[in-house]
Write a protein that binds this ligand. Structure first.
Ligand code: 8GP
Length: 830
């Protein structure tokens, strides 16, 4: 099914009955009403925050009729839809997207102008909801945007964290984390519904009993419970009249505080239960790809999944719904393993609460879940100790045991009692402790299992879960990730969007393959000039943002070389640092004259998990290198290293459109897909990248000539590991690498202190798990080619245009089409 075409481009035609008049005067009336009656202030005395809140609510009104209509039609048709279960949604700011979806931007700009208010200032007032860590959370946000735009019924379920991903600051170059109080100034986009709370239970024990029908059953006698309060958010489609729902849960104590204890003076004890319950949705775990956090994290997972399944089964579905038909009505998509506890939860609901028998319930459950894996790092595949799971969710553990028992019986039957295989495939691991392997549970229960790029899906099948692929032929599939062009092209890059529309007309924003029509323009000199002007414009815009935000300046004559993503060893920010230090060393040693190199500004953006020591050391190193390089007169300003703190969606929207070069340099076989790589290509940056994740598909599409490939291939990586990798041998045999590492080791970037970066240097020389040193030479050579290529302005621009023209495949609308065809079978509803 093709994504829905915008029905109209003019806002007037879009206003449904019952929404405020889509005229400038109508808007002004609504806005002032919100300011006066909603905020209780006069325009003359209102703060920017008052104005922002009033504007957000006004815009929200425009979507309301469509939202209610979407819900009404869904209740009427009961069309099959997707319930996307995700512990993370990295949404980014809402205002701009809501304006875009409603087509109201111009009216609002003009209306606010009449009130003497600047729209840009109100946009800047919004604090983005950072309810995700990185790629996985941002992907969820792109997917729900695409589903709404394609008119596919979807409800997103997740957690309304009171504090999102931490706010990063640097103190003397080191990362310091601060709580992200994103709700402090008001949350105009959410609709709380305390009356629709669900109860989620934990702990206690299970017991057998004989039911009234004489059947022996199990039941869970829980030990404690919390309330889950739903907060609804609108997910508007792009100018198509559909508004889906995102429902995030907040935890609250079931009982108000204990008044008797309070009156006795023990204030802490009086609110203990409240604090305990509310901790569940207090904060997003600031980690990415490394498991930690344990009990509270499992509580969070079960909390939102249980609330969501109950909500769906008992509130969203009609009262008389025949649950045997559940698979015709919903597919629960498991965004990584975080929501996998939903599998035994649905089983428990069907068996214990709805009194189905096991086989019926299992047949339904197996059709109602599908699982997406987002990683290959073994340490990121979640396991829960049987001890913890049994304590927190005893009934679920029983159910998991039975699922496992029946599954392993089938395995044993199929493979003649092959015990080795049986223990390999067991959902319960025996070592180092008894634990539930959540990825296995998801694979056994899921109708489909998918990876997020071709290479990743293939490695998932061949290396991570080969026994399961053999046992369940056809279960494994691929859906390559995508990104929403609404946010990451139209909103982030209005100048490029206008240029594209001038060339190929409207419609491409919901049919991104149409960017192909730009190809001939790569040969058009005037178009190339305009394209370059767009880049320069975006660099100047970035400059303004960074001057104000961090006091950094960006020179629009520099090649802008950008590496923004979570800080992780496998992503290899250290390799990037080694390149910068090499360039610097070439200058200070006199090997090259500053005037002879392509001037470059390197931009980093990266948060490190607070407990990930070496990642934090790498941040410190980047800042140390920046401080020296940026201030060394010998460099003559030809190299500059900028590391704005607190990289987030808002900053991404400014950085990516300005970039010339996109750094995608993970060790081959380690980055599942990447999605930043897609955003850069769509915004006309060339990629320097390894043969990894979706880089491979990007290169295939944009062409070898428009992509700087370097580094070991995945099989070569494996072979080198097998042979025994000795990083120091690369250090010994490559003088330029040796000089770069020696500079760091000697304290050139730490005021002569050799200890500060010793852990990073030691790690590189003696461990280097992700083979930065093995890829160093190839990387430096590729970077030399980049420098030379950039000097040929016309050829570079041609390549950049071709990157845009050939990246339409990476729209998340296409990803959604593939999920619909291969996994969900949920056609557009209207
Ligand atoms: C990320 C992958 O690292 C990235 O390559 C991919 O583009 C993105 O997911 C979206 O598919 N994975 C995670 O964020 C991740 O695995 N997070 C933790 C749950 C382990």
């Amino acid at each position: 099914a093709a994504p829905a075409k915008p029905k109209a481009t003019h806002a007037l035609a879009l206003a449904p009955v019952g929404s405020p008049a889509s005229s400038v005067d109508g808007f002004v009336r609504e806005f002032l009403r919100e300011l006066n009656y909603g905020q209780g202030v006069a325009l003359s005395t209102s703060s920017v925050n008052d104005q922002y809140l009033a504007l957000a609510r006004t815009v929200r009104h425009y979507l309301m009729a469509r939202w209610l209509e979407t819900l009404r039609r869904q209740a009427e048709t009961q069309a099959k839809g997707v319930a996307y279960l995700s512990a993370e949604y990295l949404l980014g700011r809402q205002l701009g997207n809501a304006l875009l979806a409603t087509g109201l931007t111009e009216i609002v700009e003009e209306g606010l102008g009449k009130c003497g208010v600047d729209l840009a200032a109100l946009r800047a007032q919004e604090v983005e909801p950072g309810l995700g860590n990185g790629g996985l959370g941002r992907l969820a946000a792109c997917f729900i945007d695409s589903l709404a735009t394609m008119s596919v019924p979807c409800i997103g379920y997740g957690i309304r964290y009171e504090y999102g991903i931490f706010r990063q600051t640097f103190v003397e170059g080191r990362q310091v984390e601060q709580a992200d109080s994103w709700l402090a100034l008001g949350a105009p986009w959410e609709f709380p519904h305390p009356e629709a709370a669900q109860i989620v239970t934990f702990g206690g024990h299970t017991e057998k009993y004989t039911d009234t029908d004489g059947v022996e059953r199990s039941r869970w006698v829980a030990g404690w419970k919390v309330k889950a309060i739903p907060y609804n958010y609108m997910v508007p489609g792009y100018q198509n009249g559909r508004v889906n729902t995102l429902r995030l849960w907040r935890a609250q104590a079931t009982d108000a505080f204990d008044l008797k204890i309070f009156n006795s003076g023990d204030y802490e004890e009086a609110v203990r239960a409240q604090t305990f319950a509310e901790n569940i949705s207090k904060v997003l775990y600031p980690e990415d790809s490394t498991p930690q956090g344990k009990e509270l994290r499992l509580q969070q997972q079960y909390f939102f999944v249980s609330a969501s399944i109950h909500d769906f089964v008992n509130s969203v579905l009609p009262k008389d719904f025949d649950l045997h038909k559940l698979p015709d009505r919903i597919i629960f998509q498991l965004n990584d393993t975080h929501p996998v506890i939903g599998v035994p939860e649905l089983m428990r609901v069907l068996i214990d609460e709805k009194k189905m028998d096991w086989d019926e319930a299992w047949a339904i459950t197996q059709q109602c879940f599908a699982y997406t894996c987002h990683t290959l790092l073994p340490e990121a595949l979640e396991v829960w100790s049987v001890d913890l799971l049994g304590r927190l969710l005893p009934r679920h553990l029983e159910i998991i045991y039975r699922i496992n028992e029946e599954f392993l019986e089938r395995v044993s039957e199929r493979f003649d009692g092959d015990q080795l295989r049986v223990s390999r495939m067991s959902i319960i691991a025996e070592h180092p402790e008894r634990a539930v392997r959540m990825a296995y549970l998801a694979t056994v229960a899921g109708a489909k299992v998918n990876g997020v790029a071709e290479l990743h899906s293939q490695l998932l099948r061949d290396k991570v879960l080969p026994d399961f692929d053999e046992f369940f032929p056809g279960k494994f599939t691929n859906v390559t990730n995508g990104v929403t062009p609404r946010r990451f092209v139209r909103l982030a890059n209005p100048a490029l969007s206008e240029l594209i529309t001038d060339a190929i007309g409207v419609g491409w924003l919901t049919d991104l393959e149409r960017l192909r029509e730009l190809e001939p323009y790569a040969e058009d000199e005037e178009f190339r000039d305009r394209f370059r002007e767009v880049k320069a414009h975006n660099k100047r815009r970035l400059n303004r943002v960074l001057v104000e935000r961090d006091g950094f300046t960006v020179d629009d004559s520099h090649l802008l070389d950008v590496m923004v993503k979570r800080l992780h060893e496998y992503k290899r920010q250290t390799l990037k640092v080694l390149h910068i230090v090499t360039e610097y060393e070439r200058i200070i040693s006199g090997e090259v004259k500053p005037a002879d190199i392509t001037p470059r500004t390197f931009i980093f953006g990266a948060k490190a998990a607070p407990g990930y020591k070496i990642a934090k050391d790498i941040i410190h190193l980047i800042n140390g290198v920046g401080a020296v390089v940026n201030n060394d007169k010998r460099v003559e300003g030809r190299l500059k290293v900028l590391f704005p703190p607190n990289y987030n969606v808002t900053l991404a929207e400014k950085v990516i459109p300005a970039a010339d070069l996109s750094e995608q340099i993970s060790l081959a076989g380690k980055e599942a897909s990447g999605t930043g790589n897609m955003k850069f290509a769509l915004n006309g940056a060339l990629t320097i990248g390894t043969d990894d994740g979706a880089n491979i598909e990007i290169r295939e599409l944009v062409g070898d000539d428009n992509f700087f490939l370097f580094g070991l291939l995945e099989p070569e990586v494996e072979a080198l590991y097998a042979k025994g990798y000795v990083p120091s041998s690369f250090y010994e045999s490559d003088p330029s690498l040796k000089r770069a590492i020696d500079l760091i080791a000697q304290g050139a970037f730490s005021d002569g202190d050799r200890d500060v970066f010793a852990p990073v240097v030691g790690n590189l020389l003696y461990e280097d798990r992700f083979m930065a040193l093995a890829d160093y030479r190839a990387y430096i050579d590729a970077q030399d080619k980049v420098g030379a290529a950039y000097a040929d302005t016309d050829a570079w621009t041609r390549s950049a245009i071709l990157n845009v023209a050939r990246s339409g495949f990476f729209s998340s609308d296409r990803s959604m089409r593939h999920y619909i065809d291969r996994i969900w079978h949920t056609p557009p509803a209207f």
